[in-house]
Ligand binder design. Structure first.
Ligand SMILES: [Zn+2]
Length: 155
């Protein structure tokens, strides 16, 4: 059977029912590890490119623009600018939520990258607003260490 015939005749493919005992660990990578450890400390980390001087959030191990290796990681203070958001009305099963919530895409001006996260449910936040992260009191090194982003009052 040619490969073309193979692709066109799926009904002839023989199958064997069963399970394959495999497991895996998906790592965050070097820069991801720095980012998540920062969250555990209640900080957002960014990488600094020594080539183009960009700050990249979340950090990477190399600059996507100039391919320079990134070896300097800093705490970034923000504030973050809401570029886009959406409001969620249904759960993953299509069941209406009791209370809709917002998810935004935030960037820190003059940096590269961005963060997608929940927006404060108690505050009206729109595109163009400045926001800051509110961290959970108990942090474990997860993106959920940030409860949500709320409006930044000084902007
Ligand atoms: Zn660069």
């Amino acid at each position: 059977m040619s490969f073309k015939d193979f692709l066109e005749n799926f009904s002839e493919i023989k199958t064997q029912k069963g399970n394959i005992p495999v497991w895996w660990v998906y790592t965050a990578g070097l820069a991801g590890e720095i980012f998540y450890e920062g969250l555990k400390e209640g900080k957002i980390k960014g990488g600094v490119c020594k080539g183009c001087k960009s700050i990249i959030i979340p950090p990477r191990i190399y600059c996507e623009d100039c391919f320079e290796k990134i070896e300097k990681f800093i705490d970034v203070e923000g504030p973050f600018l809401v570029l886009s958001f959406t409001e969620i009305y249904f759960d993953l099963d299509g069941k209406p939520l009791e209370r809709p919530y917002k998810v935004g895409f935030m960037v820190m001006p003059n940096s590269k990258g961005g963060i997608i996260h929940f927006l404060d449910p108690e505050v009206e936040i729109c595109c163009g607003d400045y926001v800051k992260p509110i961290f959970s009191e108990k942090r474990v090194g997860s993106i959920k260490d940030i409860k949500y982003f709320t409006k930044y009052k000084d902007k």
